[in-house]
Design a protein around this ligand. Structure first.
Ligand code: AKB
Length: 320
């Protein structure tokens, strides 16, 4: 579908901050509007195009911004993640659910052509098969974040059926990146470990060494988001709940991968409440529906990602 004006809600965050720059590159700076609550995104984001400050829970401001810029696509990256969600469940419910219903209602009222709303592996729970977790399976999460992700998938699919809207989304695994730090997630260790490997040569992990989780490197995350945005809607059988996989990793395997580049790197463990969240999530993901319906294919495995992360972060941290 030909999109003309896109707004990225929540683009001060880990994924949004990189996605907006990639979209501006593809669609033109003036055609991709940024949004953040009050945290200033990078200067690069602020200076390269329009930016509107408001909270996704403020429906009127969202409506006015979409109307003013005549957007035909809303990408909703504003969310409270799993760990913060367990510390403040009502905040997670408010931002994730009221934010989403605002996005869907504004899109319906303004006849916005397309909405992208991400889900997460957090939609699964302890009674879901943990290996090669199927596309269609038990969705009984035990975290508030997961509850909002399942409810969000159902709500989005309801708007597809009821109003004939074009709404798309993937169940992101843990995303590993080197530009904007993630915040409040259970998979955040997989980013922090690289920063600490370079800065201190050691890392203390809050998950046990054998905790296997699905992960993805940011270039693949951007590719999968944009590929789904651009996919032929008539070919999609699923809408807002695509499983997408890249590789699965434990803290121990990640440390071994880092040691191939930094032989003296050490890891130790100080387990906290995030272990219970991680234990309720899959080890690996079956993403055959995404592969069949819109051609999803990741590029990075663990070692390729580690080499790139250490190179990019090494240069970035040395400059400081
Ligand atoms: C989190 O850890 O909460 C997120 C996610 C997997 O959705 N990164």
């Amino acid at each position: 579908m030909e999109l003309k004006k896109i707004i990225v809600i929540g683009c001060a965050g880990q994924i949004g901050s990189e996605l907006i720059m990639e979209l501006r590159h593809l669609y033109g700076n003036k055609n991709v509007i940024g949004n953040g609550r009050k945290t200033a995104p990078s200067e690069k984001v602020l200076e390269s195009g329009d930016f509107e400050f408001f909270d996704v829970t403020e429906k009127n401001k969202l409506f006015e911004a979409c109307k003013k810029h005549q957007v035909d696509c809303i990408i909703n990256m504003a969310a409270i993640l799993s760990a913060t969600g367990e510390q403040n469940p009502m905040l997670a419910w408010n931002v994730n659910m009221n934010g989403l219903i605002n996005v869907l209602e504004v899109a319906r009222e303004l006849k916005v052509k397309q909405v992208f709303n991400p889900s997460s592996i957090a939609a699964f729970g302890p009674s879901t098969p943990q290996d090669n977790t199927p596309q269609e399976t038990v969705l009984k999460p035990t975290s508030m974040y997961g509850v909002t992700k399942v409810a969000g998938e159902l709500l989005a699919d309801y708007y597809v059926q009821k109003y004939g809207m074009d709404i798309r989304g993937v169940r992101y695994p843990g995303i590993i990146s080197n530009e904007t730090l993630p915040g409040g997630g259970t998979t955040d260790y997989a980013v922090a470990i690289y920063y600490d490997a370079i800065k201190y040569g050691k890392y203390t992990c809050f998950l046990k060494e054998d905790t296997m989780l699905p992960m993805m490197y940011m270039p693949d995350c951007l590719k999968c988001t944009i590929d789904l945005l651009q996919a032929d809607y008539s070919k999609l059988k699923h809408h807002s709940d695509f499983n997408v996989g890249a590789f699965s990793v434990t803290p121990k395997l990640m440390a071994e991968s880092i040691r191939k580049q930094i032989p003296d790197f050490t890891i130790d463990y100080n387990i906290d409440f995030r272990q219970a969240i991680a234990d309720s999530w899959p080890n690996s993901i079956d993403d055959s529906a995404a592969r069949a319906e819109w051609g999803w294919k990741p590029s990075y495995d663990l070692d390729a990602m580690t080499a790139d992360m250490l190179k990019v972060l090494g240069e970035k941290l040395r400059k400081r």
